[in-house]
Design a protein around this ligand. Sequence first.
Ligand code: NAD
Length: 366
Amino acid sequence: MIIGVPKEIKNNESRVGMTPAGVYELVKNHHKVFVQSTAGEGSGFFDKDYLEVGASILDTIEEVYACSDMIVKVKEPVEQEYSLVKQGQVIFTYFHFASSETLTRAMLSSGAICIAYETVEDSDGSLPLLTPMSEVAGRMAVQQGAKYLEKPKKGRGVLLGGVPGVAPGRVLVLGAGTVGTQAAKMAAGLGAHVTILDINMKRLRYINDVMPSHVVTEYSNEFNIRKHIQSHDLIIGGVLLKGAKAPNLITREMLKLMRPGTVIVDVAVDQGGCVETTKPTTHEDPIYIIDDVVHYSVANMPGAVPYTSTVALTNVTLPYVLALANKGWYRACEEDEALHKGLNIIEGEIAYSEIVETFGWEEILA
Ligand SMILES: NC(=O)c1ccc[n+]([C@@H]2O[C@H](COP(=O)([O-])OP(=O)(O)OC[C@H]3O[C@@H](n4cnc5c(N)ncnc54)[C@H](O)[C@@H]3O)[C@@H](O)[C@H]2O)c1
């Protein structure tokens, strides 16, 4: 099969769909890989790195789309790519169709087979191609929170690890899923006192088993949240209700209970946030302050660490890319239930019922 790796052209996206390690595996399996010139540079992979493992470099995105049976990328195609997508071409990437009717219509009329990273789902309901980005964001949340706790950054002026004779900072983590667990682990590693809340007792039991004793679990309810926001320096939001807006666990009125300079990193911002005052920000302008509380709510946190994010993402996508290349999309999806769930659009028909429900398009369900 011929596989194409275009350069991402979405604003501020420095990740790339395949690393040289991925190209190496595909070439070993007798496939041909075309990488657009400089596609990997933002993640620290240069054309010569791809050439060394057997890829061919093409100058333009048009050439990459034109010659490929399958396109492997990171973000959904942007408008200028719509016309490049070909009938029968496999596009393997994050799509998030429900958030864009324009994109959905464009991919339907392209006749392509769209397999979305975000809906590939294991039998236990976990989303293996989303997990690495939550891992990155959870760990980053502590790094960012520690930075904005510094006085020149408008924070309380607290060092999370403390020093001998001074108590460590206190970190409150809302949600003990992937983001919350990784955040708690990083904060604990810095020596902070960590309180982590969830409504899922299985998650709290797990955290209690694996974390050191300065990570304390408690059940998530309004009483506990009101109590803890008064004494914690950094609050990390990692709550998710699948397919729904995140619940507002911290209301605007509750901000007044916090000490000035408290920092909130609401990682759940992409689902509306778990703090009422959360609104999406960017890496260029990541924070704003309401009632003396610093809010950090960047919607694509992993974008700031493209090397780590690219490698973490491609580690988990590569086995699927190999299966799609070796078997063809039809057999690969037939033989793997998780990958089958990634099928969103097949040659002009919708294969993922949530899209149909979102747009009310019963008539074109595959
Ligand atoms: N901003 C970013 O760049 C970025 C990056 C990755 C993920 N995210 C987002 O972070 C959020 C968390 O992702 P995840 O992978 O950790 O999800 P997850 O499903 O692994 O964990 C969510 C946790 O929230 C818990 N929860 C639900 N209701 C709760 C409540 N009322 N109180 C406390 N906990 C509650 C669930 O029980 C679950 O353990 C998602 O919205 C995800 O989209 C954002």
